[in-house]
Structures are given as structure tokens and as C-alpha cells.
Design a protein around this ligand. Structure first.
Ligand SMILES: *[C@@H]1O[C@H](CO)[C@@H](O)[C@H](O)[C@H]1NC(C)=O
Ligand SMILES: *[C@@H]1O[C@H](CO)[C@@H](O)[C@H](O)[C@H]1NC(C)=O
Ligand SMILES: *[C@@H]1O[C@H](CO)[C@@H](O)[C@H](O)[C@H]1NC(C)=O
Ligand SMILES: *[C@@H]1O[C@H](CO)[C@@H](O)[C@H](O)[C@H]1NC(C)=O
Ligand SMILES: *[C@@H]1O[C@H](CO)[C@@H](O)[C@H](O)[C@H]1NC(C)=O
Ligand SMILES: *[C@@H]1O[C@H](CO)[C@@H](O)[C@H](O)[C@H]1NC(C)=O
Ligand SMILES: *[C@@H]1O[C@H](CO)[C@@H](O)[C@H](O)[C@H]1NC(C)=O
Ligand SMILES: *[C@@H]1O[C@H](CO)[C@@H](O)[C@H](O)[C@H]1NC(C)=O
Ligand SMILES: *[C@@H]1O[C@H](CO)[C@@H](O)[C@H](O)[C@H]1NC(C)=O
Ligand SMILES: *[C@@H]1O[C@H](CO)[C@@H](O)[C@H](O)[C@H]1NC(C)=O
Ligand SMILES: *[C@@H]1O[C@H](CO)[C@@H](O)[C@H](O)[C@H]1NC(C)=O
Ligand SMILES: *[C@@H]1O[C@H](CO)[C@@H](O)[C@H](O)[C@H]1NC(C)=O
Length: 817
């Protein structure tokens, strides 16, 4: 007999944690020392590449039990068949010191082992006996890794899969990743960018695929790849990639044979075609179904699947036509193809009709494909949601879609029941989560962002589960069982999506980020006047897309009648999607009785205020979390608090400027606690205009006059004597690490560098804009009226120590200016 404590004795608060083990830390559980476990582990398969063997290894790290697949279990123990187990499912039976973990298959046995360990790690030693089965067969991630090692929308360092044009030699991290995925029951990974590079098909890389698959196989995780549709021409040397051309068919047959030779259990292909300028079957006037079936035929003999993305749209549509609408594209392209896809094709549909926005209505395509397999595409990587530098716990957003009842043919038709295959009796379906992990030991670049990955797996397995309950499992596994830790991280995480929506884009207007550049900071003007179709149609009087059938783009009519009727009418459209479906004056009164414009102002203030509480809550956990993770997270939460104010002011200024309607509470454009840098006494600094204008307080900032000499901005402090939190708003641009020193009289209050890129793991912008704008706050500073405030900025490279303003917030008054 031995205790769980013995196994993991060394893990404790004193030891820094780098995040590599994610939620699989097997940390000591308080009060567990009295609990003992059986001393023998009986893993019923000794083959090292077997998930059952791995299950035994995992269990060895904590406890001991009998684990195996159903067949193995019946043979080894002479037991009866266990009814009710489905593919990948497991039975977990704990009775005192006797533990049985039986998977329907080997993968299921491993899932059961992780489930058991998760219970122990959370301090739950109670007897239980239950069967758990997956909601859907496809539970995959999509990684957007490029062969050169970069990752599209990746925020955690370079690829774990590729380097310098080839598959990596060292697959340690790949196996570690597979372990993490297996623990949340993910069974497939598409390892390369949907914008696929055809050189993946070279002999050397195909051999590399075999190496990656070998590393993941023991964890029950299958490998799949994205294909470039035009490879027959670009790679195969043909003069066409027409999907019905016999030479093209032969080319793909040959490629597929070669890959299955290296990876006999390859999961399948992911195809992005005719989207955002990419080639596809439409290039040859063939339907998307013909294109998808080309690959389906090639992988069918091997049991492979083709995931075909529904993200097909024209990115050159003309906004001057009131009826044009990118949101219509998916149904327009796919509806008539229903029933034309082969049985091993799955149409992969983003949760909303546009692109991973902070709020979107459920994609109506789920209600238009009744004879086609479908999967939902969710995004764990936070492309439009703060890029892992803002805490945003996304599952509550996903749940709005998974739980949405589309009322197809007047019957209950929740999205989760459509993609599971149940509603329309389809053989396949499920989940694709865009994850984009990198080589950073935190996997996603941020410790807290890992809750999204954890919850993704849990929801794909069981979409009826509660996002807060999942979150709390993750918190206990990741940070331990302290009640304050549980309570505060729960509070921050559950408030994070509503807060982010509040300070980015409200009422269904979308994330008002810069869609033409990095998708990070604010730039509402970038939504309109281009062909991308993420329009707001904001003018002096009104805002929103008219997507009604009666007078607009007709998008509302893509839903089944009951749902369409709700969205067609202003009265019944919920406030949080109002501007998605309707074009209304800024003075329109919402159900909540505010006008649209006042709601914008209030929500932006409320959201930014909520974000200010995150670092405060986190700071109270200082003694309860290891220093490394504590500091990493604190840095990000402080960044978010500052950047939420950048967002708030930019959006509010922008719509104040557009509408000329003042904020009833008098906040917008009125900042009594600020000193504008351009109004200070400048020496070696010069004022600059910032574009767009709303990205600087009072529309102007300052930069040093020279690339090599320091500048000074100074002024007399005119605020009453007292204790203040002093915030300095500046810009941290790509291309240098300027130095800043803040003085009050002769006393140095703070000193820092424009080196966010080193802490946040990615750089934002070369310009003074909403991506680079940031704030450094020094708390609890004693200030005397008449003190001389002085900032010395020393430029570095292309970073001319840019400054926007300084703000003096009376400490403890809850003022956010
Ligand atoms: C043991 O695991 C290997 C690899 O997964 C598998 O091929 C083999 O069939 C398993 N043995 C039994 C008896 O199930
Ligand atoms: C342990 O798990 C069981 C079953 O999942 C649950 O009913 C019980 O409340 C849990 N107990 C504790 C102490 O968490
Ligand atoms: C494809 O990858 C190769 C090798 O990294 C690279 O040379 C080439 O530029 C890439 N092609 C595209 C279109 O990115
Ligand atoms: C492979 O990568 C792992 C983890 O990154 C590292 O610890 C190990 O030293 C590497 N092995 C070799 C041979 O480079
Ligand atoms: C796909 O291949 C074609 C050439 O065949 C190339 O022009 C295109 O850029 C490729 N796409 C990507 C994302 O590499
Ligand atoms: C694929 O094509 C190459 C080059 O034409 C050829 O050498 C190889 O034998 C083919 N492989 C298969 C599996 O058809
Ligand atoms: C494309 O196909 C449609 C119907 O199959 C046909 O009417 C049309 O003329 C074709 N266009 C071209 C450019 O081949
Ligand atoms: C959009 O349509 C309008 C009106 O038909 C036309 O004047 C304008 O040139 C078009 N814009 C583009 C970019 O095609
Ligand atoms: C991980 O990223 C952080 C910044 O987010 C950086 O400070 C750290 O050095 C990175 N570590 C590794 C191993 O890449
Ligand atoms: C109807 O559409 C026109 C554009 O065609 C637009 O100007 C008008 O505001 C819309 N009317 C209503 C009531 O939304
Ligand atoms: C979001 O804004 C609304 C409207 O001002 C407010 O009622 C709500 O409390 C805010 N929520 C968060 C989390 O900031
Ligand atoms: C809006 O901004 C423009 C350009 O910066 C400026 O000319 C105009 O006066 C501003 N309008 C309001 C109402 O602030």
C-alpha cells in the first residue's frame, strides 16, 4: 500500500511551475495521506505503443488499478460483457481499494485512467461506478502551423511540429501534447495550417508525418493534415488541379497511398478551398461537393475522413450594395449541395456566420444540411479575443451556440444534437477546435488560457456539461484545492467573456478590432469600406447590418421559420444581437431601456472596470500560487487592465465622433484625472498626431525628437495632495525596447522598458495605434500638490519612447479614467 502523496511529494508551492504539465500535475492533495491505494497496477496490454500501456504508466504516477479494453478485460478476468459502452467510452468502477477501468477500446481505457486520476487529484476518493461515452466521434484539434515553424494566429512561440520547412526531428513535445489531449479525450489532430503548403507532401515530410503519428499513437491521438487544393499543379507538375481530371485523381491517389504507408491510421484530410483567395473546385466550375469527394474517395479505402471547411466566401464584396452580405455565403454555397457529399465527408462549420467574433448568432448552415455530416469549428486560440493577453474564458460563448435550438422542421434541433449526428441520423460528426499551441512551456502562451483548451475537450465529450463546473475542475487540477483560489479564478474567468464583449463590441456589432492588420486592438473604422464584409454600416445617424428579409440582406431568412421570425423583427431580436440583424439609429431604445449609443458607452466603462478587478483579485492569491505562474499571470492581467482602457476610450471616442451624441454620464472625451503628454513641457520630445485619431487621448501623443537621445516631458502636478495610482499610457511598438523613468520631484517612482513583447510572447504593431497602446500603473504613490512630474524616455531602435498621457487616480476610490 502507498499513498498518492508519496508519488508526488516534491511538488509544492515553493517550486516554480512552468505550465508544461498543464492540468496533469498530480500535485499533492491535502488530507489525502490517509487514503491508500492498491499497490499493483495491472495494465492489460504490455505493448509500449498501446494506450492501455500508457494508461498504466499514468496511473503509476499516482495509484494502482486494473486497466484495459473491454476485450482484454473479459479475457483476463473472465468477466461478463459490460453493456452500454460506445466507441472510445469507458467504465470506471471504484469500490474501496478495488478499481477497474475498462474502455470500449484501448483509447477509452486511457480516457478512463485520466478520469480516475482527475478525481484523485481533486481529492475525490469516493466509490463510484459509471459509464461515460462521447457525444460525437470526431473530437479533433486544428493547428495552424506552417512548415517554416511559424503559426498563423499562434501566440506561444514557434511550432512543435515543423521547423525550417520540415517536420521536426525531436518529437518530445509532440508526445507531451498528445498526452494532454488524451486527458481531455481529443482523438485527432490536424497538424498544419488550413492555408496549406504543398511541400508537406515531399518524401522527407511524409516520413516525418510517420514520426509524428508514432509519437501520438500511444495516446490514442490520430494525425491528419490540411491539403493545398492546387498541389497537383504546384507540387505534382500537372497543368491543372481540376478535381475531375484523371491525372489529378491519380495524383491524389498516389499522395494518399504514400501518406498511409507512413501513417497507416491517418485520421484524414482537412480542406479549405475557394476561401479568401485560395484555389478550389470553383476555379474549374466544379461544385464544392465534387472537390470534397475527390479526397473522400482517396481516403475511403483506409477509413479516412475528409473535413471540408464551410468557410467559403468572397472577400471582395461591395458594401455600397445594401443586400450584399458575407454572412450569407456559407448557406448560399452549401445548401444546394446537401446530400451530395460522400459519407466520409464532414462539413466543418464555424460557430457563427462570420469569423470567431465575440458574439455571433449560430451559423444557420447547421439547419440547412440534413443529409450531410457536420462538425462545429470552435477557436481556442484567441484570435479576436485578446490573443491570450486578455483573460477570456470562452466556453460560455460556445454554449450559446451548442445549446441553440434551430427548430428545424419545427422540432427540437440543438446544434449539439445536430453535430453529434443524432438529430439527422448521420454516421459522423463532431468538433474541430483551433488550438495553435507553440513551443512555449505554457503551450498557449498564457497559463489561464489553458482553461479554454481543457474545457474544449470536456465539452466535445459532453456538450451538456456546465462551463463553470468544467472550469472548476480545471482550477483544482491546475492550481490546487484552496477555496480562495477556486473562488477568485472562477469569478474572474466567468466575468471575462462578458467583460471583453463589453469593452470590445456590443449588441452583436462584432469585435471592433483592426480586421485589416493584427486582429488585436481596437480599430472600428477598419470594419467598413472594404470587401471583407465584416461591416457595421455605421454613419452619423445609425449603425448595424440590416439582415432582415423584408428590407435587408435576407440573412435572417436562412434560419428555419420559427427562428427566422424572431430575428426578422426588431421587437423580438435579443439586445445582444440587435446590431447583427438590424440597422437602427443610435437613439434606438433597447429592451433594457437604454439607447444604443448610451449602451455602448456604459458597457465600455463597465467592461474596463471589471478588467481592473482581475489583477486585484489575483494579487490576493500571491501566497497560494507558485511564484512563476503567479508573476506570469499577474503581468498579463495588468496588461489587460490597461488595454481594456485603450479599448474603452477608442470605441467610445469613435462613436461619439460619428454620432455627436454625448455620454449622458459625461465620461466620454472628459478625463479630469489625466495630463496629456503633448501639454507637458517637452525637451527632446515632440508632439505627433496619431491615426486613427481615437487611438490617442486628445488625439495626440509625443515621441522623442531623435532616435538616439533621451527626451523629457515634465509638468507641475495640480491635483490635491494624497495617495494616487499613477498610470502612464504609452505605446510599445515592434522594433525596440525604449526605457522610461517616472519621477516625482527627485524621487524615482518607476522605471520600465517597452518590452511587452518579451512578456506577452508576441509583438503587436510598428505604429502608434490600438495594438501598441498600453498602460503602466504604479500603485499607492504619495503625491504632493505642486510636485514636479517628470518622465524621461530613452528611445531604442524604432521605438521613440512614445507617450500618450499620465493619469492620477485617487487610490482606493474605484475611479477608472
Ligand atoms: C495491444 O496494443 C496494441 C497497440 O495498440 C494493439 O495492436 C494490440 O492489439 C493490443 N493487444 C490486445 C490483446 O488487445
Ligand atoms: C465525488 O464525485 C462524486 C461523483 O462524481 C460526486 O457525487 C461527489 O460529490 C464528489 N465528492 C467530492 C467530495 O467532491
Ligand atoms: C512553403 O514552404 C516552403 C518551405 O518552408 C517555403 O519555401 C515556401 O515559401 C512556402 N510556400 C508558401 C506559399 O508559403
Ligand atoms: C528533445 O526535446 C526535449 C523537450 O523539448 C528536450 O528536453 C530534449 O533534450 C530534446 N532532445 C534532443 C535529442 O535534442
Ligand atoms: C497553395 O499552393 C499554391 C500553388 O500551387 C500557392 O499559390 C498558394 O499560395 C498555396 N497556399 C498556401 C497557403 O501556401
Ligand atoms: C507515386 O508516384 C511516384 C512518382 O511518380 C512513384 O514513384 C510512386 O511509386 C507512386 N506511389 C504510389 C503508391 O503509387
Ligand atoms: C459553369 O457551370 C454551369 C452549370 O453547370 C454552367 O451554366 C456555366 O456555363 C459554367 N460556366 C463556365 C465558365 O464554364
Ligand atoms: C461598388 O459599387 C458602387 C455602385 O455600384 C460602385 O460605384 C463602386 O465602384 C463599387 N466599388 C468597387 C470597389 O467595386
Ligand atoms: C514563454 O513565453 C514567455 C512570454 O510569454 C517568455 O517569457 C518565456 O521565455 C517563454 N518560454 C519559452 C520556454 O519559450
Ligand atoms: C431599408 O433599406 C434601405 C436601403 O435599401 C435603408 O436606407 C433603410 O434605412 C432601410 N429601412 C429600414 C426601415 O431599415
Ligand atoms: C457589461 O455591461 C453591462 C451594461 O453596462 C453591465 O450591466 C454588466 O454588468 C457588464 N458586465 C461586465 C462583466 O462587465
Ligand atoms: C471627429 O473627428 C474628426 C477628424 O478627426 C474631426 O474633424 C471632428 O471634429 C470630430 N468630430 C467630433 C464631433 O468630435
Amino acid at each position: 500500500m502507498r499513498s498518492l502523496l508519496l508519488v508526488v511529494l516534491s511538488a509544492g508551492l515553493a517550486i516554480a511551475e512552468d505550465g508544461l504539465n498543464a492540468w496533469l500535475r498530480y500535485a499533492p492533495v491535502p488530507g489525502a495521506s490517509g487514503n491508500t491505494f492498491p499497490s499493483a497496477i495491472v495494465a492489460l496490454n504490455k505493448t509500449k505503443s498501446s494506450p492501455v500501456y500508457i494508461a498504466g504508466q499514468e496511473l503509476q504516477k499516482a495509484a494502482s488499478v486494473v486497466v484495459g479494453s473491454l476485450d482484454q478485460y473479459m479475457t483476463a478476468t473472465n468477466s461478463k460483457y459490460i453493456p452500454g459502452l460506445e466507441v472510445d467510452g469507458f467504465w470506471l468502477n471504484v469500490k474501496g481499494s478495488s478499481v477497474q477501468i475498462v474502455g470500449q477500446n484501448e483509447r477509452g481505457a486511457l480516457y478512463g485512467a485520466f478520469e480516475y486520476l482527475s478525481r484523485l487529484a481533486q481529492g475525490n476518493f469516493s466509490d463510484i461506478s459509471y459509464i461515460s461515452n462521447p457525444s460525437a466521434p470526431i473530437r479533433w484539434t486544428n493547428e495552424w502551423d506552417n512548415l517554416d515553424g511559424s503559426i498563423e494566429r499562434g501566440y506561444a512561440g514557434p511550432s512543435i511540429f515543423f521547423k525550417d520547412g520540415y517536420v521536426v526531428d525531436n518529437v518530445t513535445r509532440v508526445a507531451q501534447y498528445a498526452r494532454i489531449l488524451a486527458s481531455i479525450r481529443i482523438n485527432g489532430v490536424i497538424i498544419n495550417n488550413v492555408n496549406a503548403n504543398e511541400t508537406l507532401l515531399s518524401d522527407r515530410n511524409v516520413q516525418g508525418l510517420g514520426r509524428l503519428a508514432d509519437a501520438m499513437r500511444p495516446y490514442g491521438v490520430k494525425l491528419g493534415i490540411s491539403l493545398n487544393f492546387s498541389s497537383p499543379r504546384g507540387f505534382g507538375g500537372l497543368d491543372t488541379f481540376d478535381p475531375v481530371d484523371p491525372a489529378v485523381i491519380a495524383f491524389w491517389g498516389n499522395v494518399t497511398e504514400r501518406i498511409y504507408h507512413a501513417v497507416p491510421d491517418m485520421a484524414g484530410y482537412l480542406v479549405k478551398a475557394n476561401s479568401e483567395g485560395q484555389p478550389g473546385p470553383l476555379t474549374y466550375n466544379r461544385t464544392l461537393a465534387v472537390g470534397a469527394n475527390l479526397f473522400a474517395n482517396a481516403v475511403k479505402p483506409h477509413g479516412g475522413i475528409v473535413m471540408f471547411r464551410a468557410f467559403v466566401y468572397d472577400n471582395h464584396i461591395n458594401e455600397s450594395n445594401w443586400k450584399n452580405d458575407r454572412a450569407n455565403a456559407a448557406v448560399d454555397f452549401f445548401k444546394d449541395l446537401d446530400g451530395k457529399f460522400d459519407d466520409n465527408v464532414v462539413v466543418q462549420i464555424k460557430y457563427g456566420p462570420i469569423d470567431f467574433q465575440v458574439r455571433e448568432p449560430t451559423s444557420p448552415l447547421f439547419a440547412n444540411l440534413l443529409q450531410t455530416n457536420t462538425a462545429i469549428e470552435l477557436q481556442i486560440t484567441q484570435e479576436y479575443l485578446g490573443q491570450q493577453d486578455h483573460l477570456v474564458y470562452i466556453p460560455p460563448l460556445w454554449k450559446t451556440v451548442l445549446d441553440f435550438d434551430l427548430r428545424v422542421e419545427g422540432k427540437p434541433s440543438k446544434v449539439q444534437d445536430i453535430i453529434s449526428g443524432e438529430r439527422f441520423k448521420r454516421p459522423l460528426g463532431g468538433y474541430a477546435g483551433v488550438v495553435n499551441v507553440g513551443t512555449n512551456t505554457t503551450w498557449l502562451g498564457s497559463h489561464l488560457a489553458m482553461s479554454n483548451l481543457y474545457a474544449y475537450g470536456r465539452l466535445a465529450w459532453d456538450p451538456t456539461s456546465d462551463p463553470q463546473a468544467i472550469l472548476q475542475d480545471w482550477i483544482r487540477l491546475t492550481f490546487g484545492l484552496d477555496p480562495a483560489v477556486l473562488s477568485f479564478i472562477t469569478q474572474m474567468s466567468m466575468e471575462s467573456w462578458p467583460a471583453y464583449e463589453n469593452y470590445t463590441g456590443n449588441l452583436g456589432i462584432q469585435t471592433l478590432t483592426d480586421i485589416l492588420y493584427t486582429h488585436f486592438g481596437p480599430n472600428p473604422a477598419s470594419q467598413d469600406d472594404n470587401g471583407w464584409g465584416q461591416w457595421t454600416r455605421a454613419d452619423h445617424n445609425a449603425i448595424g447590418m440590416d439582415r432582415t428579409v423584408s428590407n435587408g440582406t435576407g440573412f435572417a431568412g436562412q434560419y428555419p421559420p420559427e427562428v427566422a421570425a424572431v430575428y426578422e423583427s426588431l421587437e423580438t431580436t435579443p439586445d445582444d444581437l440587435l446590431l447583427w440583424f438590424h440597422h437602427v439609429p443610435y437613439t434606438y431604445n433597447l429592451h433594457c431601456r437604454k439607447t444604443v449609443i448610451q449602451y455602448f458607452y456604459d458597457a465600455h466603462y463597465a467592461g474596463a472596470e471589471t478588467a481592473q478587478t482581475f489583477p486585484v483579485l489575483w494579487s490576493t492569491l500571491k501566497d497560494k500560487i507558485d511564484a512563476q505562474r503567479y508573476e506570469d499571470v499577474l503581468f498579463r492581467l495588468n496588461f489587460q487592465a490597461g488595454h481594456s482602457i485603450v479599448w474603452r476610450d477608442a470605441i467610445n471616442e469613435f462613436y461619439f465622433n460619428k454620432s455627436s451624441i454625448p455620454d449622458a454620464a459625461g465620461r466620454v472625451g472628459n478625463h479630469p484625472y489625466r495630463i496629456e503628454a503633448e501639454n507637458m513641457k517637452l525637451c527632446g520630445y515632440k508632439p505627433v498626431n496619431v491615426t486613427p485619431f481615437e487611438m490617442a487621448s486628445n488625439f495626440r501623443a509625443i515621441t522623442t525628437s531623435s532616435k538616439s537621445k533621451s527626451g523629457t516631458a515634465s509638468t507641475k502636478v495640480d491635483f490635491p495632495s494624497g495617495t494616487y495610482d499613477i498610470g502612464v499610457s504609452y505605446y510599445d511598438v515592434i522594433g525596440g525596447k525604449a526605457k522610461y523613468q517616472l519621477y516625482l520631484g527627485d524621487k524615482k517612482v518607476a522605471e520600465w522598458k517597452g518590452d511587452n513583447e518579451d512578456h506577452l510572447g508576441h509583438a503587436f504593431s510598428t505604429m502608434l495605434d490600438g495594438h501598441s497602446a498600453t498602460r503602466k500603473t504604479s500603485k499607492g504613490v504619495e503625491v504632493k500638490k505642486g510636485d514636479r512630474l517628470r518622465i524621461v524616455g530613452s528611445p531604442d531602435g524604432g521605438e521613440l519612447a512614445p507617450l500618450d498621457y499620465v493619469v492620477f487616480l485617487p487610490a482606493g476610490k474605484g475611479i477608472v479614467d
